[in-house]
Design a protein around this ligand. Structure first.
Ligand code: GAL
Length: 975
């Protein structure tokens, strides 16, 4: 069998070892290489003869994926293999990229010609999916394991000048069967290539064991090295020890994600000095709970794929750093490296800034599920060596990172003997960390019970250790005693996820539930341009792939360009490490420390008092430095005088960083709470009522009511304060379906029900237009074609003359008629105004969008943005941008004119330059071409968002059922 089809991990690579730097020489070989792509391996082999010539070579940067540089194209699939499943064979059509670099050694590079002083290794940190390395025409070896390092000894083949390094990379290999992760298939040398000098007496491998005993406050330290002879010094602790020696270190500060205390150390051998960073910490399961240094953890995590919209998985260092900073700034304390070991530099950043890490092996065989897992490499002895190699290369490389607290065997690979063997291998090599794997419900080979997308109900049962039993009583008893995490939950696809608050409440209630990892960190949208040159983010199918999974790869908390999505802001709020519960009536605030380790001394608290969104008073708040788990009631000062009729009053309490930290400056907001102290001014001075006027039939019979004119036949509003009403206000129940509305199941999703019942095509029957004293009353029935149910609507218009001018008020009374078979998407009125209104200022929930089950991050205040800024540019267009609890909103044009809409008492607002139909038809944001009409939705209610694109749908309290509803709004000129 060919080397790329043979299931073995490869040939010629050296045994895996820890990633470390030292004072020995290294030479990065990253840069522009020669490259040529062949459609098959045979084509590549036929060209072998002219390996050294100039024929057909182009330039390609290394690291990179060739498909992102104009050679072939990316392809996205989730579960299904994009080639016939016949393991370990792969298709003849196997894009094969030859990479060539001609290089000289620096003049002072020790070695090769003298033949003395050590040897030189060639290291590849990541090549997808299989490769063969030749140096000056001699084969050094072959390798698989895309996200794993391989080192080759250059032996006698390295020259001082004119080295020709040839790396042949195959897109498909036996390795592809075990790398079926839900992501773009992107071949290439996508991580760095380095030449490493290994002097005589160099360290081959090093394993730091730095524990912490929370009872004594002592650390323990042992540094194992191969070869064994070396000395370790830790200047800050005044320590010198021999390799292999165990010492107790009194009074060390332990490492945690909250206080990532690292001690600089050095391992010195005859040939080399290796800097080490020690983090003292002990991971354990005690009484069924994961602890680090004796403290239970609550993981506020995310699943992170390596992704960059231009570079794919060739993620620049600055981007990795940006990820870590963004996580820290959004109260995230944990990362699962789904579903492969990340670039090693990412783990250095996790050590340094403080994140708990589940490091996951590069393994997924999910596509075998379609044949009931027959032939699954996870259970076939022929693959044992390959899978153990994957475990070993991860553990050996990453074993010195204090941030890594669990090893994960991989993702979605069913069950089987090779997983068991991986677990045994890891436990034997590193008994000091926990083992994770979600795919085996029995948990036989793991230390934690882990699930993905379990419903709130099930998670609660697990929290009570009252879950459905396993068939085997021994395994059941074992599992019931394990701690629980959700390694994936809250699918952040498109608008959402909803239901975070309810999960967090469970996690905070049951000690067994130690949190989870939102799926996922970032949308995998690749930057592209459409035929008209408009930029957009591409997803599955956009490169013409016949088999793909569409936008299922756009399911992150960050947009592809790393702009935080509303989902991330919501997550930040939901998992905030300080509970702030303001009781405005009692003028107190209850503050709870939800950190695992630190007290609250690092935070500064402040209060403010806002009237109609304007800050009228503020001050600092003294909060005792509560220990984790403690809470205290703190009195709020009586400051600032506010007149009774000034309007609605809120109190806000914020916790911000007291000092600069490594990841955010002083003043960065960590947590907040808000409560209403007083409702709106009780009485609005009523103006004089205006009576509707009907023009003579000679004038078309138009109706006028204050600042509005109406169609006499159906009562539609035509002009409002001189603005042309292009779409008269009328009931709207539909929204452009979200990814979560559409769910995974086209038959049963809520969107399918809406479409089946034609809620996107509601008909409006006008039943009467009457002048009732001072009101203009329009009655209607709104119902779907073919439907035996509907909504009876009474629109009542009234006019008023006030000191500021005239006002038109609309009250809409909605009464369900018949049996409604499904929830409603939304309930409100939609209207369109033909005017260049571009600036929106509002008092209500903001600054970002919110829906019934995603509204924790929205706070009541005064906000302003453009109409563009009002949109959330989901990679796949869908309902977005609704601002909730809006008391009033003003829309203004460039000339300052516009419209003010007041809620009675509040409404939810969306404003866009396209219709709901256009939004729903669009496939990318670039498809949405603004027209001259500003389309507004003034909603009384919305259906929740949920997370049904993968996981539970909208929870019962957030379902929008047809019930009697009243919406009241008033229209005036802006103030
Ligand atoms: C999980 C899987 C992830 C991803 C997610 C859905 O089942 O582990 O890799 O596919 O579903 O986006």
């Amino acid at each position: 069998m060919t080397y790329y089809e043979d299931p073995s991990p490869g040939t010629g690579a050296l045994a895996p070892r820890a990633a470390f730097r030292s004072d020995a020489r290294t030479l990065s070989l990253n840069g522009d290489w020669d490259f040529r792509l062949f459609p098959t391996v045979a084509h590549a082999e036929a060209a072998d003869a002219d390996e050294g010539t100039a024929d057909g070579w182009e330039k390609l940067p290394v690291p990179s994926h060739w498909a992102l540089h104009g050679h072939d194209a990316p392809q996205y699939t989730n579960i299904r293999y994009p080639f016939p499943v016949d393991p370990p064979r792969v298709p003849t059509e196997n894009p094969t990229g030859d990479h060539r670099l001609v290089f000289d050694l620096p003049d002072d590079w020790p070695g090769p010609d003298e033949g003395a002083d050590g040897r030189t290794l060639l290291r590849f940190d990541g090549v997808e999916s299989c490769y063969r390395v030749r140096l000056n025409g001699r084969e050094l070896g072959t390798a698989k394991g895309s996200r794993l390092p391989h080192e080759f000894d250059t032996g006698p083949h390295l020259l001082r000048r004119g080295n020709v390094l040839s790396v042949r990379v195959h897109q498909w290999s036996s390795g592809s069967y075990v790398e079926d992760q839900d992501m773009w298939w992107l071949a290439g040398i996508f991580r760095g290539v380095t030449l490493l000098h290994r002097p005589e007496g160099a360290v081959r491998d090093v394993f730091v064991h730095a524990g912490y005993d929370h009872r004594t406050g002592h650390g323990t330290l042992r540094v194992d090295a191969v070869p064994a002879a070396g000395r370790v010094t830790v200047p800050e602790l005044g320590l010198t020890l021999a390799t292999g020696e165990t010492v107790t270190v009194p009074g060390v500060q332990p490492w945690s994600a909250e206080v990532p205390r690292l001690y600089e150390a050095q391992l010195a051998t005859d040939g080399e000095r290796v800097p080490l960073r020690l983090g003292f910490r002990t991971v354990a399961v005690e009484d069924g709970v994961i602890t680090v240094n004796g403290r239970p953890l609550l993981l506020r995590g995310v699943n992170r794929h390596e992704f960059h919209p231009d570079h794919g998985r060739a993620v620049p260092y600055a981007t990795m750093r940006e990820d870590v900073l963004l996580m820290k700034r959004h109260n995230i304390n944990a990362v699962r490296t789904s579903h492969y070991p990340p670039d090693p530099a990412f783990l250095d950043l996790c050590d340094e800034f403080g994140l708990w890490v589940i490091d996951e092996a590069d393994l997924e065989t999910h596509g075998f599920t379609y044949d009931d897992w027959r032939g699954n490499p996870a259970d076939d002895p022929a693959w044992e060596e390959a899978l153990i190699d994957r475990a070993a290369r991860m553990v050996e490389r990453d074993k010195n990172h204090p941030s890594v607290i669990m090893w994960s065997l991989g993702n979605e690979s069913g069950t089987g003997r090779n997983l068991a063997a991986m677990s045994r291998w890891i436990r034997d090599r590193d008994p000091d960390r926990l083992i994770h794997y979600e795919g085996d419900r029995s948990c036989e080979h793991t230390d934690v019970y882990s699930r993905m997308y379990a419903s709130h109900e099930e998670v609660e049962a697990i929290g009570r250790r009252a879950e459905q039993p396993l068939d085997d009583p021994r395994l059941d008893a074992r599992r019931r005693a394990l701690p629980f995490i959700q390694c994936e939950y809250a699918h952040a696809m498109g608008n959402g996820p909803g239901g975070l608050t309810e999960y967090q409440r469970l996690f905070e209630t049951y000690e067994r539930l130690q949190g989870g990892f939102v799926w996922e960190w970032i949308d995998h949208g690749l930057r592209a341009r459409d035929a008209a040159g408009r930029p957009y983010f591409a997803y599955g199918g956009d490169f013409g792939e016949p088999l793909h999974d569409g936008n299922f790869c756009a399911d992150g908390l960050l947009f592809p360009d790393r702009t935080p999505s509303p989902g991330l802001l919501e997550y930040k709020k939901v998992v905030e490490p300080v509970g702030i519960c303001v009781d405005a009536a009692a003028r107190t605030v209850r503050v709870t420390n939800k950190y695992d380790v630190v007290d609250l001394a690092g935070l500064a608290f402040g209060w403010s008092r806002e009237v109609e969104g304007r800050r009228v008073a503020e001050g600092a708040l003294e909060v005792p430095p509560l220990a984790p788990g403690e809470s205290a009631e703190v009195a709020l000062a009586e400051a600032g005088s506010v007149a009774e009729d000034d309007g609605e009053e809120w109190w806000t309490v914020r916790a911000v960083l007291a000092d600069d930290t490594a990841w955010a400056p002083a003043g960065h907001e960590v947590a907040w709470g808000q409560a209403r102290a007083r409702g709106p001014a009780a009485t609005r001075t009523p103006g004089a009522r205006i009576t509707p006027v009907r023009a003579s039939s000679a004038d078309g019979g138009a109706l006028t009511l204050g600042p509005g004119t109406f169609d006499p036949l159906d009562g539609s509003l035509r002009t409002l304060h001189g603005l042309h009403v292009a779409v008269p206000p009328r009931l709207n129940v539909y929204r452009a379906t979200t990814d979560n509305d559409r769910g995974p199941d086209e038959e049963t999703s809520v969107a399918a029900q809406w479409h089946r019942h034609a809620l996107d095509r509601m008909r409006h029957r006008c039943d009467g237009v009457t002048v009732d004293g001072e009101s203009l009353v329009v009655t209607a029935r709104v119902a779907p074609p073919g439907g035996f149910f509907g909504l009876c609507v009474v629109y009542r218009w009234t006019g008023e003359r006030t000191s500021d001018g005239t006002r038109l008020d609309l009250s809409v009374d909605i009464t369900p008629d018949g049996e409604w078979p499904c929830p409603l998407p939304r309930l409100g009125v939609a209207l369109g105004i033909r005017a260049p209104l571009d600036w929106i200022e509002w008092y209500g929930g903001g600054p970002g969008e919110s829906y019934p089950d995603t509204r924790r991050a929205a706070r009541i205040g005064r906000w302003a943005t453009t109409v563009d800024g009002f949109q959330t540019p989901y990679v796949f267009p869908q309902e977005n941008g609704s601002r909730g609890d809006v008391r009033w909103a003003e829309l203004r044009g460039p000339d300052g004119g516009g419209l003010r809409i007041e809620g009675r008492p509040a409404f939810a607002l969306t404003a866009r330059r396209w219709t709901t139909g256009q939004l729903e038809a669009a496939r990318h944001p670039a498809d949405l071409v603004p027209d001259e009409v500003l389309h507004l939705d003034l909603d009384a209610a919305h259906h929740g968002i949920g997370t049904a694109s993968c996981g539970p749908g909208v929870l019962a309290p957030y379902e929008l059922r047809a019930t009697r509803t009243r919406l009241g709004v008033g229209f005036t000129l802006p103030r």
